[in-house]
Ligand binder design. Structure first.
Ligand SMILES: [Zn+2]
Ligand SMILES: [Zn+2]
Length: 308
């Protein structure tokens, strides 16, 4: 599994940064890509990657500002001609998404040749998707804006076959029976199955935020605990906390401080304003801790499985 940035910019695109779009690449695990946000020229960005539009089967829209959705109609239309015919697609997003898409398709006389389902989300909703549970958290951005927390289910460890063989149990249907029960008996002696199971494989957690002011509520921070990856906006990179608050955005140091007590593995800053120069970015990046980074377009971050 890996996280790919297709657009790391805020508001206006620049030559180097497209407006916001990300992909969770879970082709190996679930044979699909999950797209989050669809900034303008999304489909052009995809052309520079190995991503197959037909394998984008679920899209999550954080909020309905143009820099997060203006690439959606074009992508949906082109997908039909890029192997997507007949392959269903579901889009999750705030209320208003269906009306906007319906009107856009009606007026432009566009039709799709695959089933499209639009699910309008609400705060604190839970969505089941493959082996993920997706939590929808409300943010503060002047209009409805959400964070999506993708949590892969934990998996029971593998059977320790060496230990079972030592008891004289050869591989076969008996292994399945053992895994399904709490205890098992060999030659009159009872054993605890837990003693014959390897370490639990903990599911990965990826938290992707829409645009937002700082949000330090405890119940929100609890949801991010132990995240493998937190993706958060940093529209403001310098000491501009008040401005960030006034414009319903965040400033990078505020975000770092907010997460300073939180246990997480990686923090990726996105939604970077086009007014910052490369030198500005280098300067701010140099001051970040090992776990944090400022994203750039086509940035890829592997998210390995957790075995603890
Ligand atoms: Zn934005
Ligand atoms: Zn916005």
């Amino acid at each position: 599994m890996k996280f790919t940035v297709l657009g790391s910019g805020a508001g206006l695109p620049s030559k180097d940064r497209n407006t916001q779009s990300f992909v969770i690449d879970c082709v190996l695990e679930y044979n699909e890509y999950i797209l989050i946000d669809a900034g303008e020229a999304l489909q052009h960005r995809i052309l520079h990657t190995h991503i197959k539009p037909s394998k984008i089967k679920n899209i999550f829209i954080t909020h309905l500002h143009g820099d997060h959705i203006f690439g959606l109609p074009g992508f949906l239309s082109s997908r039909a001609f890029q192997g997507g015919e007949g392959i269903p697609l579901t889009i999750y997003g705030p209320a208003g998404l269906r009306e906007w898409l319906d009107l856009t398709f009606k007026i432009s006389e566009s039709t799709l040749n695959y089933p499209l389902e639009i699910i309008e989300v609400e705060a604190d909703m839970t969505i089941r998707l493959n082996d993920f549970t997706v939590r929808v958290l409300p943010l503060s951005h002047g209009i409805d804006s959400f964070a999506y927390i993708f949590k892969e289910n934990d998996k029971i460890g593998e059977l320790l076959t060496d230990k079972l063989l030592a008891l004289g149990l050869k591989p076969g249907p008996v292994y399945g029976k053992i895994k399904a029960s709490e205890t098992f008996t060999v030659e009159g002696k009872e054993y605890q199955t837990a003693d014959f199971i390897g370490e639990t494989i903990y599911g990965r957690k990826i938290a992707v935020h829409g645009d937002t002011r700082l949000n330090s509520k405890e119940d929100y921070l609890n949801q991010l605990f132990n995240a493998d990856l937190i993706v958060h906006e940093a529209t403001f990179l310098k000491d501009e906390k008040e401005k960030a608050h006034d414009y319903f955005h965040s400033e990078i140091n505020q975000v770092l401080n907010m997460f300073s007590e939180l246990n997480y593995k990686q923090l990726l800053f996105v939604h970077i304003s086009s007014r910052y120069t490369d030198e500005d970015i280098r300067e701010v990046s140099a001051a970040l801790n090992d776990k944090a980074a400022i994203a750039f377009d086509y940035f890829e971050l592997p998210i390995p499985r957790n075995v603890q």
